[in-house]
Structures are given as structure tokens and as C-alpha cells.
Write a protein that binds this ligand. Sequence first.
Ligand code: HEM
Length: 528
Amino acid sequence: MSDSTLKPPTGTPLKPPAVVALAAHSSNLQLPSTAGLKPNSGSATGNPRNKCALKPGYSLMSWIKLCNSGADLSGTQGRVVPVTRNELALHNKVNDAWMAIRGKVFNVTRYIDFHPGGVDEIMRGAGRDATKLFDEVHAWVNYPQLLGKCYVGPLKENASVSAYSTPTIVDFAKPPSKPTEELVPRFDWIQQRSEITLYLYTRRNVNPGLCLRRINGQQLTASVLLGTKWHVFDFQLSASVVWPPKFAQIGSESGKIELILTKEEAAPWPNYGTHVLRQEDPPSDEFHDYDVVSCSDFNHDSFELCLKSVEQKILMQLPVGYHLDIEASVNGEDIQRSYTPISNTYLSSSSAYEFSLNFLIKRYDGGNLSSHLHKLQPGASLRLSLPRGNFQLSKLAAHRNILLLSAGSGLTPNLSLLQPLLKRNTNRIERLHLLYFNKTESDIWLKEKLADLHVKDERFSCHHILSQAVEQSQRISVELLSPFFKNEANIDKFTYMTICGPTGFNSAAIEILADIGVEANNIHVFQG
Ligand code: HEM
């Protein structure tokens, strides 16, 4: 599912973290006072969140107003001024505070009173390069947006750096400090009268997966998939909540998981309840029962299939670029095939249930499973595995020009990358180009939706290549791909490739890329 959203809240726009932070200070929010009742909290202070009450008039809205007021928040009257480390160190006071994050220096003096984490906390980063500290506390916070008007200039590492050069952003490209397997998600929570929000923090770009299971009104498990390890939070809540959750989202870039549950009775709880955290390697043959919500033709040989977990017991959110296996009994034999779910925004049928898993499936002649699935009626049952895959989103963090190669139904894994990559705030994508290979025009999936996406965001583009076109048939070849790897004036070449298609297509693509000189390390091949 794109955008890692299980269910966007109806009516209200998605709250960015900063707005969530703001909610902490709204009048009807209840914060528990008993730190001891909160085992496993990641907060050093024992508060559920290390947030401070902001002075009246210092809300996020007021900050946005101030930013739009034309006030000189950077103190440079709009000029971009390169800053040396020595100069940065001089601005370390509450009434004159500068801070460098990822090679960019911001004047945060006016922001200090608006900082949801309080004055003392933000001052820890004043007068220095605060990148590491900032990321340790809240890597998900969109500082380029919040501090856009506070930008002073690039941090000059040494005298040889040209004063106006773009700062090189390197730290997010480094391999993670700890392997994903060693990472343990951190838990936090916050409540309002009618809702409780559970947060599970992983780390930026680790690309977690999520599986929620309802046991009863007060008991649920939230399993977080990191690499191949599941971290299972068994929650016993203070009181009952409504199922399904109001909202569940994974920030694929921030690694922050947010789960909003509606309380059955709107009242403050003394605390969230308790939880136990355990780690699991679930058996690879673990399957869950799903019902068909709808099954309808998509084009001459493909169909859309929407599934939901029986009684909605399980809500699954796959890591970006992962797939799962669908299993069904065909003529008394259990058959499995891998498919990557797609976001319901790509579906033509409107029957997709908010928490459904949606698939676009090509019907192959003699393909037992696809022919069987195609005939299923709403209410029919089948089984789904847990998410599987080895795609590492972090490998793409350093790349701004990414080429996606898809053939036929191999579109779906690449499709799942589009929104997370285009929404990436750090090291923003410059070009995301899809080369989509099919036999004929009528085989192309989602031609209009892909064209619409280009209209909405020009950084994305798609080119169709047909092997049996009426005019100009083409196949994957060195001639076709090599222009993408040449530097042109003002345009950087593509530096990372993802490939998904039938085995023959994948092997041909890998061979051609090797001939062109693309390093294997910069290629990911999706294999189902
Ligand atoms: C580098 C020094 C900084 C430190 C040590 C720091 C510390 C903190 C802490 C402890 C919190 C409360 C976290 C919690 O919810 O438990 C917080 C929240 C927050 N800080 Fe900072 N901060 C720093 C810099 C900044 C800067 C420069 C910005 C502006 C872009 C910022 C924006 C925010 C926002 C928006 C929140 C609320 C986040 C949320 O609710 O998810 N912080 N900060």
C-alpha cells in the first residue's frame, strides 16, 4: 500500500508530527501523571512524552503565521550567508541561537519558544552541528519546512569549500549505526479524552512493517517487522477500544509508527495499561484467513482483488517493496504465489475496504492460482502469508536519481516505491523514472494514473516500451538503457536501479547494466 497508511482519518487532513505535538497542548488532552505506571517508556523523564507546555500564543499555528509574516527570522535579511564552525559556536545563547543540521545553519532564536520539547532541550543543539542529536530525538520532524525562513546558510567545513556551494548531504547515506536486527522499537503514548495514540519508534529509513491483531476490546498485539525479526508488543489496555483503529500509519522515512485507537468510553485513563515486548521469528508457513471483498476485471487479462482479514482481526502493513504470498486450495492442492499489494488509489473498483489489501493480478493461461482467484466471489476465503522480502529502503537514501524498470505485472513492487520516495524530505528525489515494458498497448497497467502522477509531480516520469507495438517495437537493450547513465548538462545521471519482471527480463536487465558499468550494489532486483 502506498504512503504506508492503513486508514487515513476521515474528514481531517493527516496530522504531521508537528501538529501531533501541538495537540499535546490542547485543552482536552489528558496526560498521565504517574510515571511509574508506564513501563518500557523511552522517556528519560518518565513523562509519556518529553514535551513542555508552550506559552500562550506559541502554538504551531502561531509559528506558521510568524513565518508567513515577512519577519526576518534568519536575521540575514534574506541573504544566504555561509557560516564557519567558529562563527556558529558564537551563537549559543537563548537570545541568539544558531544550529547546523545536515550542513545547513538555521537561526532558531525565534523558534525556541515554539519548540514542543522546551527551551532547555533545543538549546542543547545551539552553537553547533546538532544533526546527530536532532536525529536521536526526533528524526521524523520536518525541520526544512519548519525552519525554512530561519535558514542562514551552508555550514563551511573548511576554507576550501566554496562559499555558495550546495552542502553535501552525506550522513543519511552512511550504513545504519546498528544492524536492523539489533534495533528494538521504542514505545510511547499520548491520550485525548476520546482517543489513545500508541507510538512505536524505529529509526529513519529502516522501513518497518506492521501487523496488528485484535484479541479482545482491551488486548491487542502490534508486531513490528524489522529486517527478518518481529518485535511483538502485547498490549493490555486500561479500558476497551473500538476496532478497527481510527488510524494506523508507518512513516517510511522516519520509521515512526502511529496507531490511533478510539476509546469505547470517552474518559481520561490513568495510564495506557501495560505491555510486554517479545521478539519472534514466526514460522515462514504462518498464514492468516482472509475474505474476498471484491474481484473484478481490470483489463483483457488482469483483474483487481480486494481482501480483508476475517473479522478484521489482522491489519497488515507491509514494509515498502515487500510482498506476500496468497495461498488457495485448487483441486485439493494448496498453491501459493507472491504478490505485492497496491494502494487503493490505483484501483478502478470503488469497493476497496479501508483496511483491505488490494492486488492487481494477471491471469495466465494454465496459471492454476490466477485462474482460480479470478473466479472468486465476494465472501470466498483464502490465506495470506506475513510480509516477505529483502528490499532495503536505506540503500536508496543517498540516491536522488532513481530508475525503475518494470515488465508486465512486475509493475507492482516499483509502484509501492513511488509515494514513499517522492515524499522523502531528506535528500529529496530529483528524478524517478519508470521504464515500463509490455507487449502491446492493451497490456499496460495504470497508464492514465501514471500519467496523472507525472502531472502532479514532475520529478516522476514514465516511458512505455512495447515489444509488439504497431509502430516501433523495442526491447530492453544497451542502446535503450545507456543514455540514462550519461551525465548531461545540469542533469545528473541515474545512480540506482530497481528491476522487476519475469526471470528472463531481470537477467537481461542485470547483464545490460553490468555491460554499461553499473555497480551491482546500486541495483535491486525484486524476486517473488
Ligand atoms: C537539536 C536539539 C533538539 C533537541 C535536543 C530537541 C528535543 C526535543 C524533545 C525532547 C522533544 C519532545 C519529544 C517527545 O515527544 O518526547 C522535542 C519535540 C519536538 N521538537 Fe525538538 N529538539 C531539538 C531541536 C529541534 C528543532 C531544531 C526543531 C525544529 C524543526 C524541533 C522541533 C520539534 C518538534 C516539532 C517536536 C514535536 C515532535 C513530535 O511530537 O513528534 N526540535 N524536541
